[in-house]
Write a protein that binds this ligand. Structure first.
Ligand SMILES: Cc1ncc(COP(=O)(O)O)c(C=O)c1O
Length: 459
């Protein structure tokens, strides 16, 4: 049974309406649709959004929604000349598209790294957006590095003594990663990173023309003994890691490895890009200090995002770097897009400095801990053959090892047929996976739906 059957039903009914009327016919108003089909406004909104994506209707702001002709497919158009002109693809396009795919209505999404609407501070965001829109400075050109309010916020929250002038605001952490990889290495250079790692990082590495080299990571984080050997063997000067919480496996860097990592960076004259995107999703009892906080000589470049605990639409992140590194990042950002929208920065500033912000974070963390436990218990019951080796106390993903000999792609496509979307572990390895894994996420799915989704998985 799919959960959003009301949406699915309404889509079918509206599709019949579209088929029976010429293009340009106005659809009944939301109120009429609600009454006629006895559904909620959200159901109407979601069904129309889905039909719009399929090209069957078009919404004109202020006028209404109209039937439209589906896009004409030129069956016989020959675009093969394009691949000749474009040459070999430098990125894994399948992986890139999978990361941003739209989830069909009726499918439980256990693959997303973002939070669902019930965990987004929607009222606070709306309030912040309307306040920000009234500020005249929201419509002017900000400095390339970002507005002072945000830079100060990110500097002071990482550690005392971080200079706000070393903070650069970017439109999301994904962009920040691409900018870092392009700025700190040249095409063909090797970048050393945990294996497995966040698939978006692998895409960013590819897009910069760099060569990813995976260093095994266990429950204590990246194996620094192997990292040391790899630094010597490859001559690499760039390392990427997620010390607080490794997406996807959930490991956290131990104190001993943390010391070793600092020593390696210093001895080899290397940079570390420390990705701390899960900072605000840390629901564990032990405090984790980012590595950038004890790095006086500028080896660590720190990246953190606020999209995770607000909503993916608030695309704001911060990078902290010192010395020539920040100068390189500034030049790269100028080339890429000048600056981040002042409006969005002011919205973020309003949200992060709001008196209710801490309460929101507290609620998110508490709920994530609950969802994690519910999902683990439900999977232990429904899929006892899947093994969880690391219990994360941060983030939104669980990393399950499948029985030996399973094909993760097959498991993912079979679960999709059961109306549950999970992620194949393969995408997270820079080379061949050592074993079959799947990543199962609880950030975008409320508890009752997690339970229902896992019941589907038992089939
Ligand atoms: C580890 C990690 N880094 C970076 C990002 C990108 O975050 P943003 O939404 O700010 O681009 C993500 C998003 O899932 C992530 O998990």
């Amino acid at each position: 049974m799919f959960h959003d059957s009301a949406i699915t039903r309404l889509i079918a009914q509206l599709s019949e309406f579209v088929a029976a009327h010429p293009a340009g016919t106005q659809l009944p108003s939301t109120r009429e649709l609600r009454e006629r089909y006895r559904v909620s406004p959200v159901t109407v909104q979601k069904a129309i959004a889905q039909l719009a994506r399929a090209g069957l209707v078009a919404t004109r702001p202020g006028a209404g929604t109209f039937t439209s002709r589906p896009p004409t497919v030129l069956e016989h158009a020959d675009y093969s000349w394009q691949t000749l002109a474009l040459g070999q693809a430098s990125m894994n396009t399948d992986a890139a598209e999978r990361g941003t795919a739209v989830i069909e209505p009726g499918v439980y999404d256990l693959s997303s790294g973002y939070l669902d609407e019930t965990l987004q501070p929607t009222a606070l965001l709306a309030q912040a957006a309307s306040r920000a829109a009234r500020r005249p400075s929201s419509w002017s050109r900000p400095s390339l590095e970002g507005i002072d309010e945000l830079r100060q916020y990110f500097a002071q929250e990482v550690a005392a003594g971080v200079d706000p002038r070393n903070v650069l605001i970017t439109p999301g952490a994904q962009t920040a990663l691409v900018t870092c990889f392009r700025s700190f290495a040249r095409p063909g250079d090797t970048v050393l990173l945990e294996s497995p790692t966040y698939h978006g990082t692998l895409l960013a590495v590819q897009s910069a023309g760099l060569v990813p080299c995976g260093i095994p990571a266990d429950r204590d984080g990246i194996r620094t003994d192997l990292l040391g050997e790899a630094l010597t063997r490859t001559g690499a000067r760039l390392v990427y890691a997620q010390p607080r919480w490794l997406n996807p496996s959930g490991s956290r860097l131990s104190d001993e490895r943390r010391r070793h990592l600092h020593e390696l960076l210093e001895a080899r004259g290397a940079f570390l890009i420390e990705d701390d995107c899960a900072k605000d999703l840390d629901f564990g009892s032990s405090h984790f200090t980012p590595l950038v906080a004890d790095d006086p000589r500028g080896h660590v470049v720190y990246v953190r995002s606020i999209t995770k605990h607000n909503g993916p639409g608030l695309r704001i992140a911060a990078v902290i770097a010192r010395g020539p590194a920040i100068a390189r990042l500034r030049s790269a950002r100028t080339a890429e897009g000048f600056f981040v929208s002042s409006l969005l920065q002011h919205v973020a500033g309003e949200v992060l400095t709001s008196p209710t912000w801490e309460r929101h974070l507290h609620r998110v963390r508490k709920e994530l801990a609950r969802r994690r436990d519910v999902l683990i218990a439900a999977l232990a019951q429904q899929r006892p053959d899947w093994a969880l080796h690391i219990l994360p106390s941060c983030g939104v993903h669980l990393w399950y090892r499948l029985p030996e000999g399973s094909s993760e792609d097959r498991v993912v496509s079979e679960t999709a047929k059961l109306g549950v979307r999970i992620a194949s572990g393969k995408t997270y390895f820079p080379a061949e996976p050592p074993a079959p894994y799947v990543r199962i996420s609880y950030g975008s799915t409320p508890v009752d739906e997690l339970v229902a989704a896992t019941e589907n998985l038992a089939r």
